[in-house]
Design a protein around this ligand. Sequence first.
Ligand code: ZN
Ligand code: ZN
Ligand code: FE
Length: 764
Amino acid sequence: MVKVTAISLSRISVRGVVQGVGFRPFVYQLAIRHNLHGWVCNTSEDVKIEAEGNKQDIEFFINDLREQAPPMSYIEEIEVTAGRPEDYAKFEIRPSVPEAGKYQLISPDIATCPDCLREIFSPSDRRYRYPFTNCTNCGPRFTIINDIPYDRPNTTMKSFQMCPECQKEYNNPFDRRFHAQPNACPVCGPQLELRIAQGVRVDTDDIIKKVGELLKNGKIIAIKGLGGFLLACDATSDKAVNLLRLRKNRPAKPLAIMVATIEEAERHCEVDEDEAKLLTSPGSPIVLMKWKTESNIFQSVAPGLKYLGVMLPYTPLHHLLLKEAGLPLVMTSGNLSEEPIARDNDEALKRLSGIADYFLMHNRDIYARYDDSVMIVEQGIPRFTRRARGYAPYPIRLPFKSRQILGCGAEEKNTFCLTRDNYAFVSQHIGDMENLETLEHYVNTITLYKKLFRIEPQIIACDMHPEYLPTKYAKELAEQEKIKLVSVQHHHAHIASCLADNGVKGPVIGVSFDGTGYGTDGNIWGGEFMVADFKKFDRPAYLEYLPLAGGAQAIRKPYRTAIGYLLALGIGLDKNLPLFKYIKKSELEIIKEQVAKGVNAPLTSSMGRLFDAVTALTGIRGIIEYEAQAAIDLEMLAYIAADENGSYPFALEQHDSTSVIRLHDLFTAIIKDVLNKTSEAVIAARFHNTVVHMILETCQDISAKTSIIKVALSGGVFQNRLLVRKTLPLLESAGFEVYTHRQVPCNDGGISLGQVVIANTNEV
Ligand code: ZN
Ligand code: ZN
Ligand code: FE
């Protein structure tokens, strides 16, 4: 007796990161398990499925599609429509159907999966110790792709012909490597090569072993990774680390380390549950965590800091090297400071020969330069300091459908952003736009994104700062291609970015604190309270304007900022202040003149500069060696006086509809503490408390006038973890709904996202 059941058919469209991640074989196996007939196929915009069978089986099948999806996939949407049964005889995987103008999401590069890891460490496996092992669940994706569809001929793997065994895996829907485009093995895939700095090949039958020895001997090795070269050396050796700093011309900026396992990470840092999850996630970012005092990592890896950036190996090559060397390794971008990461073999040999003793390279080419992502976990939420490997080019989902727009981003920590439909494709971290090499990397990466996601911008958005390189680029491009140009105020972009990041439209009270941004009045803004949405902003409060004596010079020399501020505020310069150890009499005279006459002394409301001035005033640091160093000093000191509750006075002065935060009383009080020899840690803590109170009181003031209870915190100053830790709960307990960044950095890396949402709203 054959039981007759009603047969139905469902047409299913799955969108998201569903190609090149083992999705079709997953669907195939799932269909077989649920007794369904029909087919699955990749198109240019989705994975299409026709599933025929028992109605309940189809329902279970759709449910499992979501719940059991492969690790590298990300489902945005599943659309189901009913169709007429076709009486299919079996379930099959059909060939891809390319369609012009359509696009799909592209997976970021993903850390080595547990299965591949097992293979490279099992002596009987044919991929034993093979550094380019990967499968549909892991390996390079974005960095090797040149065009869609994501098929081998469109990747840098096109020059490697698969051997019969690899081909068999590739063709078998039940294999973990079914349609794994970078599939390779020792017989047919990329190979390592070791060279000395002058380019001569090193003859050795075990390159990994040799490099392990070199690292143990304190050598600096340039290692080709996923998105470019990294520089590696023994992180426990003062000699190696000092040499690397000297050669790289990077005296103080913190370096990241790579350790073999999570247990090893726990030896050096306090790793909480969320941080462990992030470290071992497919994105495998650098995570900044509390550095243990008993760690044997050389202190000048991150001089003076309480946090250490740690990552785990994310390619088989890294796993093999870390195991061989048996040491924690410094791993830092292969570049001279401020240049983009070196990508090609010849380029690396040329640019890094003054830094590295040896070059560990290979013959798999890289299309996209891709730095390591840097993250923190604060208030239980993973947050980006730098967003690149493991995350870009995965888009941010917008709370509306956008036209096609290019947001050119800011000058420092640049990213750009391209939009279409509900997606904002924020690029990977490009870098500081200070040289031609970075500009070239920027332009090439824009071209790549436009091609991959089939975007032709109808609008270009840029910062208002006329001297920013990306602004100049935007103006030229808009003129050339006759495209509408929208200039966006920097701090408005920060707030809009935070809103888009959280999928909220506003209006909100925006607290936009950073170092520098061009204001609509031509002054340098950076301590701004706004009422903003995607369309416009008001500026109901800000830090009072004070002069930056010497302009850019003051940014490098915070003591100049401090003296200029005191002079402008009419506060007497007490010669007993430790500040004066930084300055010569002649320079003091110049500063006095600059402030008095307003020559080369641009006005600023910057919160970043306020941190600088306070740091210099306490005598902790007068000159900085990298951006935000003075503010970081102050944050680190404040942790020492964690229980300090005191704070300094300030005045919220009302002018018509605007409030100005006056700083005279704050500086007077700090000077009193400094002269009374109050500990620097206590002063630092009191200053942090003061900023927290400023935020709360000003938000309450604005809320009283506008009835808005939503607050967005954005701008580079909010990379200060102590500030976030203190501000967030205080605002929330005062009844505010607080939004902070999760998907893009709060620093200028998030500006491009803010620019596109503002441009889209203003050009309807
Ligand atoms: Zn794998
Ligand atoms: Zn092979
Ligand atoms: Fe900014």
